[in-house]
Each structure stands twice: as C-alpha cells, then as structure tokens.
Write a protein that binds this ligand. Structure first.
Ligand code: IMP
Ligand code: MG
Length: 173
C-alpha cells in the first residue's frame, strides 16, 4: 500500500497560527533577554517563520536530540547529538519544538538546559499531540492541539521524508 497524505493544516492556517504565537511571544518577552533554542531537525521551518514574525530582538541557537529511530514511536531514549553554543546563563530561554508527542524530548531538554542556569525556561510547540503523552510537560505556547495520528510536512518528517511540504498532513500508512 502506498503512503497516503490527508490534509490537516493549510498554508493559510499555519501562517495565522505563527502570527498569533509571535504576537504573544513578542508581548511576553518585550522587556526580556530572549534566547530561542530550536530543536533540530523538525523545527527549522516553523522557527524560520516564527522569528520573522517577532517584533523583538532575539538570539537563536539549536540543539539536536535523537530519540526516534526510523519508526513513528518514540524509543524513550533521548540523547544530545548537538549541544547548545549560546551562553544562556541568567537569560530567558524559549524552547521551540515542532511537535510534542510523548513529552520525553521536552522533559529531557528542560533538565539539560537547567544545568546552564537560565533565568527562565518556557516551551513553544507548533503542535501538541496529546494522546501518547508519557510525561507531563509544561507547554506555554501551543499552535495547534491534535489528539493522535502521525503528521508530516512543515518540517515534520516520516523517515526523513516530507519535511519540505508547506502544509501539514496526516500520514496514513
Ligand atoms: P516526544 O519526545 O515523543 O515528545 O517526541 C518529540 C519528537 O518526535 C518531535 O520533535 C518529532 O521530531 C517527533 N515526532 C513526534 N510525533 C511526530 C509526528 O506526528 N510527526 C513527525 N514527527 C513526530
Ligand atoms: Mg523534533
């Protein structure tokens, strides 16, 4: 059976959500020292859109974590494969993620970043996928909530495929 893509979010819906998240973040961090830490690889498209809608100055860095193999279920074994390089001590950190699923990645990342003693840490996720949550993690800025399904496009991949699609789809295997 070929993989089937069912539309979930259009370009227009995505753009509207990005604008609204950027508005809230710009307001909340107006008088702060914001360092955005993006989680590679999936976040590269969303983060590029998000920072261009912000009306405040920010610094951007990335972390790369590995937890997924080539399947669609988290292995639960999260590791850093690229460390942050910005000095975040006493600064306001916002983790930006494409999608939160089990919560294991964000849970790991919160602990990882705490060792650098930032002043604050918050989380922004374009998609909050709730059904398979294993660890309760705070998500301060949420683009869209979905309960289940495997999504691709807008940076999200299945086995490194479909990241380039400008819309978000539900992948039917
Ligand atoms: P978690 O650790 O289970 O919360 O997984 C977070 C990571 O798994 C995300 O950063 C994605 O890279 C990947 N992931 C989880 N759900 C999906 C999905 O529906 N499509 C594509 N990637 C996903
Ligand atoms: Mg990711």
């Amino acid at each position: 059976m070929p993989e089937e893509l069912l539309p979930v979010l259009s370009r227009a819906e995505i753009a509207q959500t990005v604008k609204s998240l950027a508005r809230q973040i710009s307001k909340d961090y107006a008088k702060k020292d914001l360092c955005i830490i993006g989680v590679l690889n999936g976040v590269f498209v969303f983060l590029a859109d998000l920072v261009r809608e912000l009306t405040i100055a920010v610094q951007v860095d990335f972390v790369r974590l590995a937890s997924y193999g080539s399947g669609t279920v988290s292995s639960g074994n999260v590791q850093t494969t690229k460390e942050i390089e910005l000095d975040v001590k006493d600064r306001d950190v916002l983790i930006v993620e494409d999608i939160v699923d089990s919560g294991l990645t964000i849970d790991f990342l919160l602990k990882y970043l705490e060792q650098f003693h930032p002043k604050s840490i918050k989380v922004c996720a374009f998609i909050d996928k709730t059904e398979r949550r294993q660890v309760q993690v705070p998500i301060d800025y949420v683009g869209h909530v979905v309960d289940s399904g495997f999504l691709v496009g807008y940076g999200l991949d299945f086995d490194e495929k479909y990241r380039e699609l400008p819309e978000i789809y539900h992948l039917k295997l």
